[in-house]
Design a protein around this ligand. Structure first.
Ligand SMILES: *Cc1c(COP(=O)(O)O)cnc(C)c1O
Length: 246
């Protein structure tokens, strides 16, 4: 496949166009209902498990931001689609030893959850900046919103945020963007995102630039927008259910 390829699957293209437009309408309606003014939240289309050809189609439909949660899959897609000028957002749990790879393609990481990862990312980005002149890596601190720490879906406990924020703010090559969370299973997303908004306000009090809130997936984007999400991570409502392979 190459940049100039002719669309070989018009039915899939039409399906993606329709689903994407549907999600964009939901976002606009939610913003209107919430009374928010200013910029619309950034839509990150989470393309994990779906082929690079779908990302190419989404790019042709105007999508600029894509999300992936596994380094191997993300790095091979980013290499294949390097000519498209997309912003790659890493949204999954990351082992420190993968920081070097993520530094080669990602513009943002939404899953910073421990100091050791901050240090690995900083080393990796500085090395990559020396090599290629790339920009800073936008970093979101992933916060666990579960009361039961044992059952959580990833992320730092709220008490760990100040230290993580200090480390991120002080690290060369990293830019503290804000917070990220996944609503806990089986709980009200409104309650979860209200808690996240309060955590964000605490962070911004000490780090005025760190205003971003990455929250909202297919099932709960309206609740996330109501509580101030600036970045939405939407997968299945745009791409359809994920293939069982991989
Ligand atoms: C898969 C994933 C999403 C997208 O979820 P959907 O329910 O498919 O919209 C968002 N955030 C993270 C961290 C994910 O892993």
């Amino acid at each position: 496949m190459n940049e100039g390829m002719v669309e070989d699957n018009p039915a899939r293209m039409a399906e993606l166009a329709e689903r994407l437009a549907g999600v964009q309408r939901r976002i606009e309606a939610a913003v209107e209902n919430s009374g928010r003014t200013g910029q619309l939240p950034t839509l990150i289309v989470v393309t994990k498990f779906h082929p690079a050809a779908d990302i190419r189609r989404l790019a042709a439909l105007g999508v600029r931001d894509v999300g992936e949660n596994r380094d191997q899959e993300a790095s091979s897609k980013a290499a294949e689609l390097a000519g498209l000028g997309l912003n790659w957002h890493f949204v999954g749990q990351l082992q420190s030893k993968k920081a070097k790879s993520v530094a080669t393609y990602a513009q943002a990481i939404h899953s910073v959850d421990r100091v050791a990862l901050v240090d690995s990312l900083a080393r990796a980005i500085v090395a990559e900046q020396d090599r290629t002149g790339r920009g800073a890596l936008e970093c979101f601190i992933q916060v666990s919103l579960d009361d039961d720490a044992g059952a959580h879906r990833g992320g730092a406990a709220p008490v760990e945020i100040p230290l993580l924020a200090e480390r991120l703010a002080a690290a060369a090559g990293l830019e503290l963007a804000g917070v990220m969370a996944v609503a806990p299973l089986g709980a009200s997303p409104e309650a979860a995102f209200e808690k996240l908004a309060a955590i964000s306000a605490d962070l911004v009090a000490g780090h005025p630039g760190a205003t971003a809130i990455s929250a909202g997936m297919s099932q709960d984007l309206e609740a996330a927008i109501r509580f101030g999400a600036t970045h939405l991570r939407i997968g299945s409502d745009i791409l359809g259910s994920r293939p069982a392979v991989g």
